[in-house]
Design a protein. Sequence first.
Length: 223
Amino acid sequence: MYKILIVEDDVTIARILKGHLKKWNYEVDYVEDFKNVMAKVSAFSPDLILMDISLPFFNGFHWCQEIRKVSTIPVIFISSSSDNMNIVMAMNMGGDDFIEKPFDLDVITAKIQAMVRRSYAYQGTMNIIEHRGLVLSLKDATFLYKEEKVELTKNEFRILEVLLENSGKIVSRDELMKRLWETESFVDDNTLTVNVTRLRKKLANVGLVDYVRTKKGIGYTVD
């Protein structure tokens, strides 16, 4: 079952779309917190996004650009602002198609079906983990925070990935070393400490001080 996320300010339109698309056997959800669209994208892991242009706080062009930093997921813009400039902008910002409001539900369904058919040679996962504004890309071992992209070493990336997968829980030093060994990084206790220190420095450089916390004698946690 393909998953569709609706990013639409008009909740009535969002609910109508959700109800209609569910009849076509899609799993559908819509954004309610427009300050944290990327968090919803990460949590829901959609296979396609319907994106309005006019949104609270940041417009659809902004969020499409943010999505394009971490994913090739198809984005179809839906908007009543259908002049040529907006259509060109939508495509330039990474959109895959544009549908003018008011739209016919059967037309939008056909467009979605066509986009899904074209796109899924692609694997259908977001390949990101998001937590407290940080977006970790599993594709290229980088993280994004407040428009700043930071490259990680293989070990730094693996440590952060494990901690984010277990956010709110304490991960022991032994567990981290085992996970690093799985990638043929045969680190000892001292090497782990060095890598955690380097990771913390990269996080602090973009304003994420104490993002990774030490639980003395046990391990590390990201709350």
